[in-house]
Design a protein around this ligand. Structure first.
Ligand SMILES: [Ca+2]
Ligand SMILES: [Ca+2]
Length: 232
């Protein structure tokens, strides 16, 4: 370490500037278009063969904030979210898909939040070299007591707090997955990917507010803590 510092000091003295490898990173702390509010996939990488609409634009984004006759909430942030239903019929419910974010430097308190809904929703996080460091699934999904979203959860998205603080300062990217599962509700909903918090978000003090058709009133549901299932 001391030798490396000496070499760096020498380089600064000789060149008068910091070598490129030590220059301030231009990679941002926040992923690009994490809430899909451009109305397209700007900032995201789509796999080959991704479905497109009649105008040739990639499918998958929706502006619908409720579904079915019960007016079930989706809990979209802003005007757009990503969902499996908008990829049908090209990608059927049992099938899997994923998209890849832009790279970011994990800053602040090292926490990420993502809104997730559906039984097969998952977020995977990687270092820039492709080493996986995070795997988070929608542990809040529960097909029970429909349509009471205080007791069950279906297409409604909830905010999940993902603590990756041991990777602060590292260049990362993430993937949003509709994983291949057997059973009903094998779909995924995503929105509002936020990769920079100055302080760790408190799950006790932050809520998603959404309409509960079972009681015909808005309810507040706490942000979800989620365990990193990745074992590097
Ligand atoms: Ca959005
Ligand atoms: Ca699926």
């Amino acid at each position: 370490m001391k030798k490396m510092f000496s070499l760096l000091l020498l380089a600064v003295l000789v060149c008068g500037v910091l070598p490129t490898a030590f220059a301030e990173s231009e990679i941002p702390f926040q992923v690009e278009n994490g809430g899909f509010e451009t109305g397209d996939f700007t900032g995201w990488t789509l796999p080959e063969g991704w479905p497109v609409d009649e105008n040739g634009n990639p499918k998958g984004l929706s502006s619908e904030n409720s579904y079915w006759a019960e007016k079930m909430p989706i809990n979209q942030a802003g005007n757009y979210h990503l969902e499996s239903w908008s990829l049908q019929p090209e990608i059927t419910e049992p099938e899997a898909w994923h998209i890849t974010s832009s790279h970011f430097i994990l800053g602040g308190a090292g926490c990420i939040t993502v809104r997730m809904g559906g039984a097969s929703a998952a977020v995977k996080v990687f270092k820039a070299d492709g080493t996986q460091v995070g795997y988070f699934t929608n542990g809040h999904f529960k097909d029970s007591s429909f349509p009471n979203i205080e007791e069950g959860s279906w297409g409604d998205m909830h905010t999940f707090i993902m603590d990756l603080s041991e990777y602060i300062g590292e260049e990362l990217y993430l993937e949003l997955w509709d994983e291949e599962i057997i059973g009903s509700w094998a779909v995924a909903f995503f929105d509002e990917v936020i990769t920079l918090y100055d302080e760790k978000p408190n799950y006790k003090e932050n809520f998603d507010t959404m309409y509960n058709p079972a009681k015909n009133m808005d309810v507040q549901i706490k942000w979800q803590r989620t365990i990193n299932k990745c074992m590097p």
